[in-house]
Design a protein around this ligand. Sequence first.
Ligand code: HEM
Length: 209
Amino acid sequence: MSNKQRLLQRYTDGDRMNHWVIALLFVLAAASGLAFFHPSLYFLSSLLGGGVWARILHPFIGLAMVLAFALLFAKLWRDNLLNEADKEWRKHSGDMLRGDKSKMPPVGKYNAGQKGVFWLMSACLLILLVTGVMFWQPWFASSFPILLRRFAVVLHAASAVGLILGVIMHVYAAIWVKGTVRAMTRGTVTEAWAKQNHALWHRDMTGGK
Ligand code: HEM
């Protein structure tokens, strides 16, 4: 079999199902959240059946998204720790963005850009969870002083913006680096893709053969 046709396993079926559940919950939480943010975006609440349903469901959807993400986080956080190879990669990231991948040093399962987005998503989701609970009526809001709740609302909105920008970067990069999306749709990538984009991971997976 030629090198190009050999496939490497990147995600399990369970991880992929979980990822797409997170993506779906993200769309629903983001749409309903944006609907509360500004009247011009109120039409987005119709995705959940109108304003009342959006208001009731948004916190539960957000909570489910954080719990699902926590499962993915538990499996992937070690692969997302920055290391020496990432420092080298970062020095050349400008060349890559200009379209020249020839000088890119080898990296492991994820590159520094992916790792940055992973930690941005994780931090934003944690802040969204903590601040969201602080003004979740009628359950928990009354336990927190009003000034703290107001501060929580601002932080909640800021971290939602951070998460939305992170997801836009994430999706753009997944489409931009050809052959990446299949990692999450089929669970496998081609050996050529792995060699080109994650040479150290390729070496670990194949023993260099
Ligand atoms: C339509 C939307 C999305 C698409 C097309 C997409 C696509 C992908 C692809 C192709 C990968 C595999 C990348 C690789 O292995 O190199 C991936 C990984 C991942 N995705 Fe998504 N994704 C989407 C939405 C989301 C959302 C909304 C979140 C979280 C809020 C998310 C979190 C992750 C995480 C944590 C990983 C593992 C990468 C890492 O650990 O650094 N994705 N996604």
